[in-house]
Design a protein around this ligand. Structure first.
Ligand SMILES: [Cu+2]
Length: 117
């Protein structure tokens, strides 16, 4: 009898958690910020680095304005982490300085003018 009770208890737990899970709406947050770069190749490098992350739904960098628009799941990834991904492939964002080694490996046309620190 006790085992049966336990069974129903577990069953109700599973039910409760699954209904809970389905009620969580996946929220997508949007952000736009500056990323320093030059050309279409930069665009490709920046966007493909971001798109490798499953929690970033959209990434689009504008060559003229140097602004990137991202859509992401804020419960899974923070905006700071997004800045860090871009920095890791060699690009400066308005918040995070790009990785120097990665910057040096960029194609010469992609080695945008950096602010002298
Ligand atoms: Cu480039």
């Amino acid at each position: 009898m006790k085992i049966q009770h336990l069974f129903y208890f577990i069953l109700s737990l599973i039910f409760a958690s699954s209904t809970n899970a389905s009620s969580i709406i996946i929220k997508t947050e949007k952000a736009t910020f500056k990323v320093y770069g030059n050309c279409g190749m930069c665009k490709e490098t920046i966007e493909s680095a971001l798109k490798k992350n499953a929690h970033i739904k959209k990434a689009s960098w504008n060559e003229e304005t140097k602004m990137i628009s991202v859509s992401y799941d804020p419960q899974m990834i923070s905006l700071t982490e997004i800045h860090n991904i871009i920095a890791s492939v060699g690009y400066d964002t308005e918040k995070v300085k790009g990785n120097d080694a990665a910057y040096k490996k960029l194609h010469s046309c992609c080695q945008y003018d950096r602010k002298k620190v």
